[in-house]
Ligand binder design. Structure first.
Ligand code: ATP
Ligand code: MG
Length: 354
């Protein structure tokens, strides 16, 4: 039997990123041999800590160093005293844009043993995926300020939606739905935003025509956020622009329990460059260095990475191990009401494998 080999560019980052990524690596190692593959971890120290020493989050050719990897596994970047725009523009945005990681994917699933903040208030079958357009839309640099400091001061900010990028994120969402329950919800606001959002709706309708058999519905973003809370069981795949998807992809994990378990992927679905996998949570300076961070988000993220690599069975086994470990109260971390530390939680996952 030949062993399949993957090169994973690994960026633990800052704070608890440096604690949960090694835990995730242990979980991957525990399934790799069982499924006939091996992983080479190329570890990079790109972080706010590095920025503090060198003035750069990553080297100038950083993006090119990881472009050809099989995947990128990122912890979290951010540190007290380093402004958010440094980690964003010094690392995350160059990676997303230059590797064209246009689909930001966040599964939202209520796992047994986790209490949703909605518990007892309505349906508890929460199992959907938020797909966010990750490279254009509202987050553009076009715009500016006029008459600064005067009573005539004015600012403008332009959103940019191209047919190419809108169509491809729609296609990604529809294809994803075909492997799930065959339903796509679009987040819009075409009653108030009269140029870009009607275009978004047109492209959604065109995608629906390209993908017959997938059920569709669209809601304005305001009522959609209310439905996330009141009727989370209505959703299968939810597609949104960069801004709306950003909002929904934080609200989603929030209703499914703890930020400590939520995974995400930044995908280049055509595989023209490495895709990037990162837990939703940040560097959590308040608990960093204590060994108590919940490693489950990093493990679930690793399972998404294995699925992307085509290692579906190993990914499913990791997910099963996550669910089995969370079902036992004593192996949950503090954020989930348990007493386990990072090491105890990851050992429970590894014990549950096979
Ligand atoms: P950043 O700016 O890096 O995103 P943040 O403070 O905005 O950091 P998080 O780092 O996600 O956001 O932290 C939010 C809260 O959730 C903190 O109280 C943190 O301790 C907690 N938290 C985040 N991730 C975890 C985890 N894996 N395990 C336990 N608690 C966590
Ligand atoms: Mg934050």
């Amino acid at each position: 039997m030949t062993t399949r080999r993957y090169r994973i560019a690994t960026i633990p980052g800052d704070g608890i990123g440096t604690e949960v990524i090694p835990a995730g690596q242990r979980a991957v190692e525990a399934v790799a041999a069982r499924h006939g593959f091996a992983v080479a971890w190329d570890v990079y120290d790109w972080s706010c800590a590095r920025y503090a020493e060198t003035g750069r989050m990553m080297p100038e050719d950083g993006v090119d160093r990881v472009r050809g990897a099989d995947a990128i596994y990122l912890g979290a970047v951010g540190a007290p005293g380093v402004p958010d725009h440094v980690s964003l523009w010094g690392l995350l945005i160059p990676l997303r844009r230059e590797l064209d990681l246009y689909a930001n994917v966040r599964p939202v699933k209520l796992i047994e043993g986790i209490t949703s903040p909605l518990a007892g208030r309505g349906p508890e079958d929460i199992d959907f995926v938020v797909v966010r357009e990750n490279v254009e839309g509202e987050y553009s640099e076009i715009g500016g300020r006029l008459h600064g400091g005067t009573e005539h001061e004015m600012v403008s900010q332009m959103s940019v939606f191209t047919r190419r990028c809108t169509d491809r994120i729609m296609d990604y969402a529809f294809e994803l739905a075909k492997g799930r329950r065959g339903h796509v919800t679009s987040a819009t606001k075409s009653n108030g935003i009269v140029h870009t959002m009607p275009f978004w709706d047109e492209r959604f309708a065109a995608a629906a025509a390209r993908h017959p058999g997938v059920e569709t519905v669209q809601y304005h973003i305001d009522i959609l956020t209310a439905y996330f809370v009141r009727n989370p069981d209505w959703f299968d795949v939810v597609v949104g622009s960069n801004l709306f998807g950003d909002i929904l992809s934080d609200l989603g994990p929030a209703i499914a329990g703890s930020i400590g378990i939520a995974p995400s992927a930044n995908l280049n679905p055509e595989r023209a460059a490495a895709s990037m996998f990162e837990p939703v949570h940040g560097s959590a300076p308040d608990i960093a260095g204590q060994g108590v961070a919940n490693p489950i988000a990093a493990v679930w993220t690793a399972a998404m990475m294995l699925e992307h690599l085509g290692e579906d069975e190993a990914a499913a086994e990791l997910m099963g191990a996550i669910e089995a470990s969370l079902a036992r109260p004593e192996t949950r971390t503090r954020d989930l009401g348990g007493t386990a530390d990072t090491d105890g939680s990851i050992r429970a996952v590894i014990e549950a494998i096979g």
